[in-house]
Design a protein around this ligand. Structure first.
Ligand code: NDP
Length: 300
C-alpha cells in the first residue's frame, strides 16, 4: 500500500483561526462583545508557561480581550477560587481556562466545578461533561483536543462515521473519554482501550479510526494499524535527540509514524497534527461563548 496521506493539522487549524478572526470582527461590528479569554496559571511549570503563553498570544491575534492571571505556586485553593469567582462575574470575560496541572494543595476538581459552565471553554466542568455524554452538543463546550481531533477525522472520512470501528487508546477525562463520546455521536462503533486491555495490538487492528492518547512515546507501531485506517496521534512526548546535539530533545507522538504510515490511509504527524487544533478550538469555543452571551448564533 502507498504511504499514508499526512493530515496537516497546522493548515486546518490556521483555517479555523482565520474564521474566528473574521467572525470576531463581524461580531463586534454588529454591536456584539469583544470575546474575552482569561487564562489562569498557578506556579512556574515551564511546559505550562509555554502553553499559556501561546494561548494568550493566539487570543490577541484573534482580536480577543486577553487576560492572564499568574499566581504563585504557594497560592491557596481559596485564593484561586476567589479569582475564578471574579472572572465568572466579569462580563468582559467569556472563557476561563485554568491551566492544569495545579499544585498539590489545590483540589483540581473543585476548581473546575467552580468555573461557570457557560465560560468553561475547556469543557471540563461536569455540566459540560454531562451535556456531551447526553448528546447535547449544541449546548456543550467540548474539550478542545478531542474536538480538534474530530474535525481532522471528519476531514478524512466525512461527517457520518456509520459502520466504522473506532478505537480510542486512553481513557482520560480530557482526551480519551470525550473523544469516544464524539465518535459515538458520529455513529462510529467505539472501543475504549487502556492499560488493562488485553492484546491491545489486536484490538487496534480492528480500527478503521485509531486514536492514540496514551502518553507513551511511539508505542503504537504499524502492527497496531489496520490497512487503510485513519490514525490520529494525540500524544506529545519529549524524547532525547542526541543527533541534534548534547542535551537536545524532540517531540514525538504515541504512534510510531514511519511504520504506521506504511499501513494507514491517513495519519497525523507530531508536531503539526492535533496540537495546533487544540489551541484553535479553544479560540473557537471562546468566540462561541461570546456569541451566546450576546444572544447571537455562533458561527458553524
Ligand atoms: P493520561 O496519562 O491522563 O491518560 C493516558 C491513558 O493511556 C490512560 O487511560 C492509560 O490507561 C492509558 N495507557 C497508559 N499506558 C498504556 C498502555 N501501555 N497500554 C494501553 N493504554 C495505556 O494522558 P492524557 O489523556 O492527558 O494525554 C494523553 C497524551 O496526549 C499525552 O501524550 C499528552 O501529552 C497528549 N496530549 C496532547 C494534547 C494536544 O494538544 N495534542 C492535549 C492533551 C494531551 P489507564 O487509565 O488504565 O491508566
Amino acid at each position: 500500500m502507498a504511504e499514508a496521506r499526512r493530515i496537516d493539522g497546522k493548515a486546518v487549524a490556521a483555517g479555523i483561526i482565520d474564521r474566528v478572526k473574521a467572525a470576531t470582527t463581524a461580531l463586534t461590528a454588529d454591536g456584539g462583545p469583544q470575546p474575552g479569554l482569561a487564562v489562569v496559571i498557578v506556579g512556574a511549570d515551564p511546559a505550562s508557561q509555554v502553553y499559556v503563553g501561546s494561548k494568550e498570544k493566539m487570543a490577541r491575534e484573534c482580536g480577543f480581550h486577553s487576560v492572564k492571571h499568574e499566581l504563585s505556586a504557594e497560592t491557596s485553593e481559596a485564593d484561586l477560587l476567589a479569582v475564578v469567582e471574579r472572572l465568572n462575574a466579569d462580563p468582559a470575560i467569556h472563557g476561563i481556562l485554568v491551566q492544569l496541572p495545579l499544585p498539590r494543595q489545590i483540589d483540581e476538581a473543585r476548581v473546575i466545578e467552580a468555573i461557570d459552565p457557560d465560560k468553561d471553554v475547556d469543557g471540563f466542568n461536569l455540566i459540560n461533561v454531562g451535556r456531551l455524554a447526553t448528546g447535547a452538543l449544541d449546548k456543550a463546550f467540548v474539550p478542545c483536543t478531542p474536538a480538534g481531533s474530530m474535525i481532522l477525522i471528519r476531514g478524512a472520512l466525512g461527517d457520518d462515521l456509520s459502520g466504522l470501528n473506532a478505537v480510542v487508546v486512553g481513557r482520560s477525562n480530557i482526551v480519551g473519554k470525550p473523544m469516544a463520546q464524539l465518535l459515538l455521536a458520529a455513529n462510529a462503533t467505539v472501543t475504549i482501550a487502556h492499560s488493562r486491555t488485553k492484546d491491545l495490538a489486536a484490538v487496534c487492528r480492528n480500527a478503521d479510526i485509531l486514536v492514540a492518547a496514551v502518553g507513551r512515546a511511539e508505542m503504537l507501531t504499524g502492527d497496531y494499524v489496520k490497512e487503510g485506517a485513519v490514525v490520529i496521534d494525540v500524544g506529545i512526548n519529549r524524547v532525547p535527540a542526541p543527533e541534534k546535539g548534547e542535551g537536545k530533545s524532540r517531540l514525538v507522538g504515541d504512534v510510531d509514524y514511519a511504520s504506521a504510515a506504511a499501513r494507514a490511509a491517513a495519519i497525523t504527524p507530531v508536531p503539526g497534527g492535533v496540537g495546533p487544533m487544540t489551541i484553535a478550538l479553544l479560540m473557537a469555543n471562546t468566540l462561541t461563548s461570546a456569541c451566546r452571551a450576546a444572544g447571537k448564533a455562533p458561527p458553524r
